[in-house]
Design a protein around this ligand. Structure first.
Ligand code: AMP
Ligand code: ZN
Length: 466
C-alpha cells in the first residue's frame, strides 16, 4: 500500500504524492524564540524530522522551509524587560534551538527563514489583501475581515456562522474556538520595534509571517504544511484565509498536525511551568538518542505521556537494539543461509515499511523490529541463524536506523572513538598473548574508566559502551 497521511483538512487518510511527483514542497511552523524550547515542542519537531526522513525513504526529494518567529508579543515584552533589542534577545534562543535540533539528529530543512527578514513580503501580501477588500483599518492597525472569507473554518471544522462580526483581536495569543478578525499589521507603538514599509510604519501580526514566507519560497500551493495540533486554530486557519484570499488556490494540499506531549494529563507548556528542556534531561544523564527514541515511539497523532519511567524504558530499548547489532556484527555463525530466516527478515521489512506508510505508525514499525530481534535471537541461540543471514539482518537494521537514528552513541567530550577503542582492545589482546597480564588488565581498566566494557567470548573480545 502506498504512503498515506491523515489530512486535517479533509479529515481523511489520503494517499500522498507530491503535486509534481518528485519534490515535496513542505512548510513547517518553527519555534517562537523567546525562551528555550521544551521537549513538548521537540516532539513536534521530531515528528517533522521523521516525516522528512520517511518522505525521502519513499523516493521523494524535499524542499522544506521552516520559519523562526523572531518578532511577536511575548518576544517584545521579554526583550523590553531585559533592556535589549529583539535581535539581541532572540539570538541566543535561536542558537540554542538549532543546537537542540542538531543534538537530536534532525535533518536540516532546506531553508530556515526568520520573520524579521521578510517584512516587505508581509507588507506586500497585506496590500494585496487590502486591494481585494479583505481588510479594514482601525486605529492605524490593519485587520483581516474574516466574514469576507466564506471558507473560514474549513481546516478546524468549526462553524463560525455565529461569530461576532467586527470583534477584533490584536494580540498573538488567542482564546480557543473564538473566531475574531485578526490583526495583520500593527501600527507603530512607542517603545516597540517597527519597520517602515509601503503600508506604513509598524510591525506584522504572527499569522501573516507564515503565509508570506511559505508562498515566497514554495509557491501558491504547498504539498504539506505541518505543525503542532494547537496551531490548527487560529494560526493555520488564518494562514489559509490570508493565502487563499489572494491566490484563489488551495494553500496546502495536506495539513499534518502532531498531538501534544503531556505531563500528568496536561499539555507540557512554558506557561504551566511543567516542562523539561533537552538540556534538563541531558543533565540527568539521558543521552539525546534516548530522548529521540522516546519522542518517536508513540505515533504522532496520539498524545505522548511523558514520564521518567518512559525515559528509562527508551534507554532499555536502545540497549536491546545495540546489543542485537553487536551480536550480528561479531558472533560467528555456521556457514550457509537459512531460507526461513531470510523470509522472516523480508517480512519484517515489509511490516516496517507498511507501518511507516500508514500515516507514520512508528509503534507498528518498532514492533516489526523487535519481533524480528526476538525471533532471530532465538534462532541464533539454537544454531539456526547462518553466516549468509547476517548481511540481510544488518541491512534491515540500517533501514530502521536511517529513520529512527538511535543506534549511534552520542560522543561525549573526551570520550574514545570506535577506532581508538579498537586499537586499545587490540593492544590488550596482544599483551595477553605475550602473557603480559598486568598490561592487559591495565588496558581493560583504562577502557572501563572511559565507560567501555570488554567481554571475552569464544569468538574473541567484544566491547560496548556502558
Ligand atoms: P511555539 O514555540 O510555542 O510556537 O511552539 C513550537 C511548536 O511546538 C508548535 O508547532 C507547537 O504546536 C508545538 N508544541 C507546543 N507545546 C507542545 C507540546 N506540549 N507537545 C507537542 N508540541 C507542542
Ligand atoms: Zn506558522
Amino acid at each position: 500500500m502506498a504512503l498515506r497521511f491523515y489530512n486535517t483538512l479533509t479529515q481523511q487518510v489520503q494517499e500522498f504524492v507530491p503535486a509534481d511527483g518528485k519534490t515535496v514542497r513542505m512548510y513547517t511552523c518553527g519555534p517562537t524564540v523567546y525562551n528555550f524550547v521544551h521537549i513538548g515542542n521537540l516532539r513536534t519537531f521530531t515528528f517533522q524530522d521523521l516525516l522528512r526522513r520517511w518522505l525521502r525513504a519513499s523516493g521523494f526529494a524535499l524542499n522544506h522551509v521552516m520559519n523562526i518567529t523572531d518578532v511577536e508579543d511575548k518576544i517584545i515584552r521579554s526583550a523590553t524587560a531585559a533592556g535589549q533589542t529583539i535581535q539581541e534577545y532572540t539570538k541566543p534562543y535561536e542558537e540554542a534551538f538549532l543546537e537542540d535540533c542538531a543534538t537530536l539528529r534532525f535533518e536540516k530543512p532546506e531553508r530556515i527563514v526568520r520573520a524579521t527578514e521578510h517584512i516587505p513580503e508581509m507588507a506586500d501580501l497585506i496590500q494585496k489583501l487590502s486591494d481585494k477588500g479583505m481588510t479594514y483599518t482601525s486605529d492605524g492597525s490593519v485587520y483581516y475581515r474574516i466574514s469576507q472569507f466564506k471558507e473560514y473554518g474549513k481546516l478546524s471544522h468549526n462553524d463560525f456562522a455565529g461569530m461576532r462580526a467586527g470583534a477584533r483581536v490584536d494580540v498573538d495569543e488567542y482564546d480557543k474556538d473564538d473566531a475574531r478578525d485578526f490583526v495583520l499589521w500593527k501600527m507603530k507603538k512607542e517603545g516597540e520595534p517597527s519597520w517602515q514599509t509601503a503600508i506604513g510604519d509598524g510591525r506584522p501580526g504572527w499569522h501573516i509571517e507564515c503565509s508570506a514566507m511559505a508562498m515566497k519560497y514554495l509557491g501558491d500551493t504547498l504539498d504539506i504544511h505541518a505543525g503542532g495540533v494547537d496551531l490548527v486554530f487560529p494560526h493555520h486557519e488564518n494562514e489559509i484565509a490570508q493565502s487563499e484570499a489572494v491566490t484563489g488556490k488551495p494553500f496546502s494540499r495536506f495539513w499534518l498536525h502532531s498531538e501534544h506531549l503531556i505531563v500528568e494529563g496536561q499539555k507540557m507548556s512554558k506557561s504551566l511551568g511543567n516542562f523539561y528542556t533537552l538540556r534538563d534531561l541531558m543533565a540527568l544523564g539521558y543521552q539525546p538518542e534516548i530522548i529521540r527514541y522516546l519522542l518517536t515511539q508513540v505515533p504522532y497523532r496520539n498524545k505522548l505521556n511523558f514520564t521518567m519511567d518512559g525515559l528509562k524504558a527508551a534507554a532499555t530499548a536502545i540497549d536491546r537494539l545495540r546489543n542485537y547489532k553487536l551480536r550480528l556484527e561479531t558472533d560467528k555463525y555456521p556457514v550457509g543461509a537459512n531460507g526461513e530466516i531470510e523470509k522472516r527478515i523480508v517480512q519484517a521489512k515489509l511490516d516496517f515499511i507498511g507501518s511507516m506508510d500508514d500515516d507514520l505508525n512508528t509503534a507498528g514499525a518498532l514492533a516489526a523490529v523487535f519481533e524480528l530481534i526476538r525471533d532471530t535471537n532465538t534462532a541464533m541461540d539454537v544454531g539456526q541463524f547462518f553466516e549468509d543471514n547476517r548481511a540481510s539482518a544488518l541491512a534491515f537494521l540500517k533501514t530502521f536506523d536511517s529513520v529512527f537514528d538511535v543506534l549511534e552513541v552520542t560522543a561525549v567530550e573526551g570520550s574514545l572513538s570506535d577506532a581508538d577503542i579498537d586499537t586499545l582492545v587490540a593492544e590488550r589482546t596482544a599483551a595477553k598473548k605475550a602473557k603480559d597480564f598486568a598490561g592487559a588488565d591495565r588496558l581493560r581498566n583504562e577502557l572501563l574508566e572511559k565507560g567501555i566494557v570488554l567481554e571475552d567470548t569464544k569468538e574473541g573480545v567484544r566491547w560496548k559502551r556502558k
